[in-house]
Design a protein around this ligand. Structure first.
Ligand code: AMP
Length: 214
């Protein structure tokens, strides 16, 4: 099962990717997670990406594609994968399909999670996570038992630098300009499956399962 999870920042791609990982036993390939790990490890790639990510811009197509190409060649991707946050530009999509076709593979579905912009601002700016175990929370939709603390680790929750409201607005306008055109691109290829991204996590999982079963 070779999938792309598509949608604006805050649409729930990471959450639904985790469901797909469990349900279909395929790895999640999140370029955002890979870049954050590179920033944390202070690799040369991470140092190049850091300032761009902090202001909500896009890292260069070449850097991101290099990371994805390397990841796709790893053995755990042989039975399928879920791409989360990639491709984000039309050149990335063209390059992805060229790389896959050299490997004799292709994408089966592009699952597009559809959520209105105002809801996205609300979701992203309320998002928190545990720096120890990585568990995600939302101040309103999924609050911890004790405000600001992880239920499991009892350490203070943190907010991603780029989830602050001003950066969120920039990420959304970058999405509109550079990523949203991919919808028409995949629609024209007959690969786009539009999924309403509003409702409970379980409801959205159900919608995804029915699309994949159909
Ligand atoms: P995400 O976790 O997917 O929201 O990604 C966080 C940040 O990483 C984005 O705002 C970009 O700066 C960068 N990033 C992630 N994926 C890509 C990509 N496919 N192309 C360019 N930049 C990316």
């Amino acid at each position: 099962m070779n999938l792309i999870l598509f949608g604006p920042p805050g649409a729930g791609k990471g959450t639904q990717a985790q469901f797909l990982v469990k349900q279909y036993a395929v790895p999640q390939i999140s370029t955002g997670d890979m870049l954050r790990a590179a920033v944390k490890a202070e690799t040369s790639l991470g140092l190049q990406a850091k300032a761009i990510m902090q202001r909500g811009g896009l890292v260069s197509d070449e850097i991101v594609l290099g990371m994805v190409e390397e990841r796709l060649a790893q053995p755990d991707c042989s039975g399928g994968f879920v791409l989360d946050g990639f491709p984000r530009t039309i050149p990335q999509a063209d390059m992805l399909h060229a790389v896959l076709s050299r490997m004799g593979r292709s994408i089966e579905h592009v699952l597009s999670l559809e959520v209105e912009p105002e809801e996205l601002v609300h979701r992203l700016s309320g998002r928190r996570s545990c720096p120890a175990c990585g568990r995600g929370y939302h101040v309103e939709y999924e609050p911890p038992q004790q405000a600001g603390m992880c239920d499991q680790c009892h350490v203070a929750l943190v907010q991603r630098d780029d989830d602050r409201e001003e950066t969120v607005r920039n990420r959304l306008s970058v999405y509109e300009e550079q990523t949203h055109p991919l919808k028409a691109y995949y629609l024209a290829k007959g690969m786009l499956r539009q999924i309403p991204g509003i409702g409970s996590i379980a409801e959205i999982q159900q919608r995804i399962s029915s699309v994949l079963a159909g």
